[in-house]
Each structure stands twice: as C-alpha cells, then as structure tokens.
Design a protein around this ligand. Structure first.
Ligand SMILES: C[S@@+](CC[C@H](N)C(=O)[O-])C[C@H]1O[C@@H](n2cnc3c(N)ncnc32)[C@H](O)[C@@H]1O
Ligand code: SF4
Length: 465
C-alpha cells in the first residue's frame, strides 16, 4: 500500500515538473513564433480559433417520422444536380481505443464482422435501389470508419466489388481505404494495391513515441513509418492524419512530426485536438494522468507552423484540414460540390452523409444498427432538411472549406446575392481583411485562412438573429 502511494505521489510530481518545464519551453517558443506571425501579418481577428464548423451532425435533430418520409420521397426523385458523389461505407470497428478519439466505434472482439458486413451491404442496397441513387454517379468509393483495416484484404475487396456492382461509377474514379498501421499488415497493403486501391488513409497522429504512448496508440512511430514506406513503394497515395496541440507536445515535437511526413511524401490532414467529453483523454487530463493541452495562442502557433513548413515544402492548404501536393485532391468533387453534391455514407455511426438539402448520421450502437437494418429500415439516427435560409448559410460555409462562393450560383439558387442576405457579416469580415469580394465571388484571404472556422460561424443562424 505504502509503495503504491509513493508511486502515485512520484508520478504526480513528475507531471508537475514536466508541466512546468513544458510551459517554460512553450513560452520561449511562443515568443519566437509570435514574432514570425507578426512579420507575416497574421491578424488577431478573434480570441480563439474555431476548428469545428457549423451545420455538422452534432447539430442535426433526432429523426422524426415526417423528415424520414420527406427523405424517402426525395430518394424517389431524379438526381439532376449534375454533380459527382462519394460513396462511403463505414467499418466502425477498432482493435483498440485511442485516448482522444470521438468516433463511435465498437471493439473488434465484440463484433460479428461477417454479419455486420452482410447488413452493411443490405443498407447499401436499400440506397442503390432508389431512383435518386440510380441516377447518381460516384467518383469515389471510400472505406471509412473506424478502421476498415481490421478486415482481411479479401473482405475489403469483396465490399468494394459490391459497391462497384451496385452503384454507377464515373469513368475516372478512385478507391480509398482507411487503415491504422496497428491492423494494416504489409501483405494486406500488397493485395489492396494489386486490386487497384488508389489511396490509403492512415491515422499517424504523431511520430513522437512518448506522446503515442500517452495517447494509447499501441504501435510505434517506426511501425507507422514502415507501413507508409511500403504503401508508397507500391505507388499508393498515402494520406496521414496528424494531430496538433496534443498533451505534452512541444513546437519541436510538432516540427519533427511534420518533417517526417514531408520526408515520407504523404498527403496530410492536420487536425487540432479537441478534447471531447467522455473520452479517456478528458478523464486523464482531469485526474492529472496527462498534462493539459496548450492554450489558444499556442494552438494557433502550431497551426501556423504547419502552414509555414508545408507550404514551403510545396503543399497547398485545401478543404477542411488537408495539405496536398496531389493535383486531383484539389478538384475532388465531394469537396468542391459542397453543399449541393453529396456523400452517401452507410454503416453504424457514420456521420458525414449529405444529399443536397438532407444531412444525416446513422445509429451509433452497432448491434442496434444491425437490428434496424435487418428489419428493412434505413438506420438513420439524426436527419436534417435545410430550407433556403439554412442552405444560404451552408453555401457560405464554403469559405470554411477554402472554396469561393460564386455569386452567379448563389443568384441562380436563391434569386439574391450574398451581399443582399449577409450585408453585416460581409462588411465586418471585409474590414478585418479576412475576405475579399469582387463581381464574381466571395473568398477568404490569406489572413482569413487561420480564422476560417470563425468566419463560417459568422453565417450560422444564431449569430444573425
Ligand atoms: C476515423 S479516424 C481514421 C483513422 C484510423 N481509424 C486510424 O486511427 O488510423 C479519423 C481521424 O480523426 C482524428 N481525430 C479523432 N479524434 C479526434 C479529436 N478528438 N480531435 C481531433 N481529431 C481527432 C484523428 O486524426 C483520426 O485519425
Ligand atoms: S483514431 Fe482511429 S483507430 Fe483510434 S479509436 Fe479512433 S477510429 Fe479507432
């Protein structure tokens, strides 16, 4: 007992000292990076960066009988949008749980994988039979989740084959598979590459082993690197998720991670850590088992560091959080078509689905999901139908995606210009130097880049009342 108390005391003492040292290092680094930011003219438009935009699944209402009916009626219409779509079946299963993760996944050992795959196909088939989907063309098939790499290569290929048979693909289309190096054995990558998979999406998070351990990432930085090198050698495009403002992460550690990603020649999704309620990480920070995350200023400096290093290395910032050197990523239809294109997502817990005015997320509990699909119903948990007012606001959130808002398209859809609908917001953002407007479009400026989340929130309903 005494030994245990001493161990707990020593661990707490270790974190207090580490926190103190980290803070001192961070303060020094902050002084330096603030000076760089001033030199580059980054404005202090807001106190804190918003990284989560409005109009995401967290805001959708629970499904009601009348919206379900309206959605079914919509699915019975022809798709005349003229936009290509993305098909996104989710395998919401993981071998282990990362401390920070908010994705609704189930542990592999508790899931009847074969049964889940059958029902996932059944859900896909329910959509495939509708008029809307029959008249839609897809240019991406993306196995997401979760961690589809918990499946065997044969199971993944069988699922992709099923999608190809049931849905119409464009002449040029791409297959992407999400995998974690903890479940992505090298022979699986060989089989996927031979089959014709174009891209592997991998949650690398950080190449700092100390932080990996703290976040319960079971594989080492060397394991992640090995999987990436293997996939790149086979000619696959690899896109890694990296996270910043992690507990204990210094500017130096972040720089090392970015350097490694550049060296491995991968595409990068750089996410700012959000400590979600209910995650293990939240508990660890509360109980002192983990150091806290950095403050808003440090978070911003980490973003600016990534922006600086990556643009110097030839990357372009595109979409939500992507830094890309691959030309095709810049013209991806599912991104550029927002908010009128579509992502048809399926599987337990999927939450990125949108088909024009309808946005939805599925039932999270995998067993409940399977029950509902078995009964022949679409397993939707939240469903939102946007009216014109909301569609105009969603259209403005193209700025969050670093996309211009075309005045011509706005006029065609709503019979008005953005300036007629949002005069106050646009004036305010113009004065702050965060956007530019000409006779063709509204777009964010270089200064607006860092505040793109805040810019999107300016157009959200509650702020305009
Ligand atoms: C569904 S995971 C896909 C990757 C795959 N499951 C893996 O871990 O290799 C999507 C990504 O979301 C990001 N993510 C998860 N929880 C997050 C959080 N709390 N804050 C910010 N990003 C988060 C992580 O970078 C993660 O890789
Ligand atoms: S980050 Fe990926 S592997 Fe980790 S728990 Fe989330 S979905 Fe699973």
């Amino acid at each position: 007992m005494e030994v245990l108390l001493i161990v707990i005391f020593l661990r707490k003492l270790y974190y207090v000292i580490e926190r103190f040292l980290n803070r001192t290092i961070k303060e020094e680094q902050l002084k330096m990076t603030k000076a760089i930011a001033q030199e580059k003219g980054v404005s202090e438009a807001y106190g804190e960066r918003k990284n989560w935009p409005p109009y995401t699944y967290r805001d959708y209402p629970d499904i009601k009988a009348e919206t379900y009916e309206a959605f079914m009626k919509f699915l019975d219409t022809e798709n005349t949008s003229g936009r290509l779509m993305e098909l996104q079946p989710w395998i919401s299963v993981c071998d282990s749980r990362c401390a920070f993760c908010y994705f609704p996944t189930a542990p592999t050992r508790k899931v009847q994988i074969e049964e889940y795959l059958l029902l996932l196909k059944k859900e896909l088939d329910m959509y495939a039979k509708t008029r809307y989907v029959k008249t839609s063309v897809f240019d991406e098939i993306v196995l997401g989740g979760g961690t589809p790499s918990v499946l065997t290569a044969e199971q993944m290929i069988d699922l992709i084959d099923f999608c190809k048979q049931r849905f119409t693909t464009n002449k040029e289309y791409f297959i992407k598979v999400t995998g974690s190096s903890k479940t992505l054995a090298l022979p699986k990558i060989d089989k996927l590459a031979a089959y014709g998979v174009y891209q592997m999406d991998m949650g690398a998070q950080t190449f700092d082993d100390k932080i990996r351990k703290l976040l319960c990432l079971p594989d080492s930085a060397a394991d992640v690197e090995r999987a990436i090198r293997h996939a790149r050698k086979l000619g696959l495009c690899v896109c890694v998720d990296l996270m910043y403002n992690l507990p204990g992460q210094t500017m130096e550690s972040w720089e090392q991670t970015l350097k490694k990603a550049i060296e491995l020649d991968v595409e990068i999704d750089a996410y700012s850590l959000h400590v979600d309620p209910g995650t293990l990480l939240e508990k660890m920070i509360k109980t002192g088992k983990s150091p806290p995350i950095g403050d808003a200023e440090f978070e911003k400096q980490l973003y600016l560091k990534a922006y600086d290093m990556l643009t110097k290395a030839g990357y372009k910032a595109v979409g939500h959080d992507r830094f890309s050197r691959v030309e095709w990523h810049m013209r991806e239809n599912c991104l550029n078509g927002w908010p009128w294109g579509g992502i048809l997502t399926t599987g337990a817990g999927c939450f990125m689905g949108y088909l024009q005015r309808f946005s939805y997320s599925n039932i999270e509990d995998i067993n409940e999901y399977m029950k509902v699909v078995s009964a022949g119903k679409l397993p939707i948990q939240r469903l939102s139908e946007s009216d014109d007012d909301e569609m105009m606001r969603r259209e403005m959130s193209r700025l969050y995606l670093r996309l211009p808002v075309s005045k011509k398209e706005f006029m065609e859809k709503f019979g008005k210009l953005p300036e007629d609908v949002f005069p106050k917001q646009l004036k305010n953002l113009l004065e702050k130097g965060l956007i530019e407007i000409d006779d063709k479009e509204v777009r964010i400026t270089k200064q607006g880049e860092v505040w793109k989340g805040n810019i999107a929130w300016e157009f959200a309903a509650k702020q305009t009342a």
